[in-house]
Design a binder for this molecule. Structure first.
Ligand code: FE2
Ligand code: FE2
Length: 303
């Protein structure tokens, strides 16, 4: 990463879910007003614009995204947007599902990781050469965007949200010198460092589809010669650091907050020691049944 000449600000919002019963319009209106006040250089909208991929959902999402006062808004679809052949409405109302932006030393390459009517995602080998070519462009900051996860995110429940080719994509992005990966999907803000790369997830900006103690939020990324900071901002509420790093040395500091639900899990176990009882004999089938029930309920366990 070359040192930037000036401060860059990227606002990262995700999982609007317009039209979903848990969508809260006031939250999105507040978040957009805050983003406009911030005057970001780039706004990234990393998918799940809609609840179900229906045209009225898309029309509502288009109206909100139009309220964002920024010359460079990069928008991609998520798994909810690809439902019910909704990706056609995406193309009609938002344009191409894969986007590239080179502006002021920042490269943003954003891909559609969704598959019609599936919650799982994939980048796909067919796009690797194209991604490599886009990142060959000279840049101070290289950002890759997709809706699904590239690495597991803590406190999102059973892991099934990574793209099916996550290992190959991670290696590709590392080779390309990508600095930051932005994603959404499970509505839990978090950040990992992986080799030289920072993998950053955003929460849901405007729904009450929340896991555990997490609150609705969006991310603010500030990039200066000496430091890159990533904060989560609750619409109408507080702003809290997620991670910061030195763009040259890659030394980083991660911030853990109990208020935002990031405290490590505490021991929550009752132990009865009955010699010879064996592990899992009591309750094992209950766990299996619960997982099966979650699977059959489908929609509510996915984001
Ligand atoms: Fe999603
Ligand atoms: Fe979502």
């Amino acid at each position: 990463m070359r040192k930037p000449d000036k401060r860059h600000v990227i606002a990262h919002i995700s999982d609007l879910h317009c039209g979903h019963p848990h969508f809260v319009a006031e939250m999105l209106e507040t978040a957009i007003a805050e983003v406009n006040e911030l005057q970001p250089d780039i706004v990234v909208v990393s998918g799940d614009l809609t609840g179900f991929g229906f045209l009225p959902d898309y029309e509502m999402a288009r109206e909100y995204v139009d309220k964002i006062e920024c010359q460079h808004v990069v928008t991609i679809p998520g798994n909810h947007d690809a439902r019910n052949v909704g990706y056609l409405h995406f193309e009609d109302l938002f344009g191409p599902r894969n986007r590239v932006l080179h502006v002021d030393g920042v490269s943003v390459v954003a891909v559609d990781s969704s598959e019609p009517d599936l919650n799982e995602g994939c980048v796909g080998r067919g796009r690797y050469g194209w991604i490599r070519k886009q990142f060959a462009h000279p840049a101070e900051l290289r950002v890759f965007v997709l809706h699904h996860h590239l690495v597991p995110i803590p406190r999102t429940g059973r892991e099934r949200s990574m793209v099916t080719d996550s290992g190959d994509v991670l290696e590709l992005l590392t080779e390309c010198g990508v600095d930051i990966v932005l994603s959404g999907h499970k509505h839990v803000p978090y950040a990992w460092q992986l080799e030289e790369m920072f993998v950053v997830n955003a929460g849901t900006v405007s729904t009450t589809r929340l896991r555990g103690r997490v609150k609705p939020s969006y991310n603010i990324i500030e990039f200066t010669p000496d430091q890159v900071t990533i904060d989560q901002k609750i619409p109408g509420g507080g702003r809290e650091r997620v991670i910061s790093f030195d763009p040259s040395s890659r030394e980083y500091r991660k911030y853990i907050s109990e208020a935002s639900g990031w405290a490590p899990p505490v021991e929550n176990v009752s132990v009865v020691d009955q010699s010879g009882a064996g592990f899992g004999t009591a309750g094992g089938q209950g766990v299996v049944d619960a997982v099966r029930a979650a699977e059959s309920s489908g929609d509510e366990t996915d984001s």
